[in-house]
Design a protein around this ligand. Structure first.
Ligand code: PLP
Length: 416
């Protein structure tokens, strides 16, 4: 036995113990993942559950095919955006009546930020993290230019200090709860509180949070939030995003795109727009119903799996994955915090040939993704992953690097 074998044996024993300890939150049976694949990209496209195709087939064949336009009433299509929103609400700590589903995260962010700026007239700046997901930066830059506002860039830990200096000028703080590259989980309660002391609003992007990390939107007094439907919520490719508008802001919430679905009386066909009461005013136009109802079905996952239980499983898996990578692949630098309180639900490592490493891992059945600059990102959607699979991922990474397989992949695909 070599020292390496001893390390692997010890990790295998630990993986088995942890899988036993977390058996009650293992939902791998619900999913259709291919045999032998370790799927570590649920933070880009969540996996498919077994029951979803039949639900969608019914929506297509019976509801669309036979019941046709009456489905808007008889199958509750019209109310689906707020009904599905209320199913997401407990995952992000929101009481009912504050979450609506429809459109992409990009559009939802544009709508909420535009509405937030109207709630804080006269303030001349918006604060955001320069490391945000690019679409968030583009939305912030676009609206700031349109409104003649300055964009103040700061890493989330520096935001409270920035607000102490410039807070009087700041209309809105726009941040992601989890950094999409490093997986770092930011201090949402503290930063939201600091924004409020300055008289600013806090708008959070929960794309890498919803379905993986409990949030406590109501508890922490968050003003507005958006999040993605196709990542940890498993809604399927292009699933609509969600928007949270705290109840106290709803009467004054006026997003820039005013569509007929958000009208107080959509079928009055009035010439003038009048916002609906409540969060329904955050609706825009007709939502993509097939995608919305696929997301609705996917959310069944959480019916008997509270978000706190998902979080406990996720922390155990990501912590063990970080340890296994540290022991077996020490040349790949862990950029994700090892401290549970500061970690979302993915683990990223830096490596000079990270793109090739990811491609070689995919060829071996371990599916992660690559993110600039130089990061291999391993997403851990806890319900359908095991500790044994975390060890397998680290072992395959060791094998790739030992054989130099990462050097074989130089040409980039469109989606990395
Ligand atoms: C995934 C993600 C998005 C995706 O936006 P789309 O409009 O759905 O393409 C936006 N913001 C963040 C932070 C994300 O992680």
């Amino acid at each position: 036995m070599t020292a390496h074998d001893d390390v692997v044996d010890a990790l295998a024993v630990r993986a088995a113990e942890l899988d036993d300890a977390h058996a009650s939150t293992d939902r791998r049976d619900r999913f259709t993942l291919p045999e032998g694949v370790v799927y570590l990209d649920g933070n880009s496209l969540g996996a498919l559950q077994r029951h979803v195709p039949a639900v969608l087939a019914d929506v297509v064949r019976r509801q669309w095919g036979a019941d046709l336009v009456t489905s808007w009433n008889v199958h509750g299509w019209w109310d689906a955006p707020t009904r599905v929103g209320d199913r997401i609400a407990p995952l992000v700590g929101a009481a009912p009546g504050q979450v609506v589903v429809g459109d992409s995260t990009t559009v939802a962010l544009h709508q909420t930020l535009g509405a937030a700026l109207r709630l804080r007239p006269g303030r001349r700046a918006v604060v955001t993290d320069p490391a945000s997901f690019p679409t968030d930066l583009y939305v912030v830059a676009g609206l700031a230019a349109e409104h003649g506002l300055e964009v103040l860039h700061a890493s989330p830990p520096d935001v409270p200090d920035l607000l102490r200096r410039r807070g009087d000028d700041v209309a809105v703080v726009v941040l992601s709860h989890v950094d999409f590259r490093t997986g770092e989980l930011w201090d949402l309660p503290g930063i939201t509180g600091a924004a409020h002391v300055a008289g600013a609003l806090a708008l959070w992007d929960l794309s890498h949070t919803a379905g993986a990390v409990p949030v406590g939107l109501d508890e922490h007094g968050v003003d507005l939030a958006v999040g993605c439907g196709y990542k940890y919520l498993c809604g399927g490719p292009g699933a609509p995003a969600f928007t949270y508008v705290a109840r106290r802001h709803q009467d004054d919430y006026r997003p820039p795109v005013q569509g007929w679905n958000g009208h107080a009386e959509p079928f009055a066909m009035a010439a003038e727009h009048r916002f609906a009461d409540g969060v329904a005013r955050a609706r825009i136009g007709t939502p993509p119903m097939l995608s919305l109802l696929a997301l609705d079905a996917a959310l069944d996952l959480f019916d008997d799996l509270p978000i706190e239980a998902v979080r406990a499983r996720s922390l155990s898996l990501t912590g063990f994955l970080a340890d296994a990578l540290g022991a077996l692949v020490p040349e790949a630098e862990l950029v994700t915090p090892r401290d549970d309180a500061r970690r979302g639900s993915h683990v990223s490592v830096a490596h000079p040939r990270a793109y090739g490493l990811v491609q070689a891992l995919i060829a071996r059945g371990v599916v992660g993704d690559y993110r600039e600059p130089g990061l291999a990102r391993l997403g851990v959607a806890a319900p359908y992953l095991s500790h044994a699979q975390m060890l397998r991922a680290a072992l395959e990474a060791r094998a790739v690097l030992d054989r130099g397989e990462e050097s074989a992949h130089r040409d980039r695909a469109t989606v990395t």
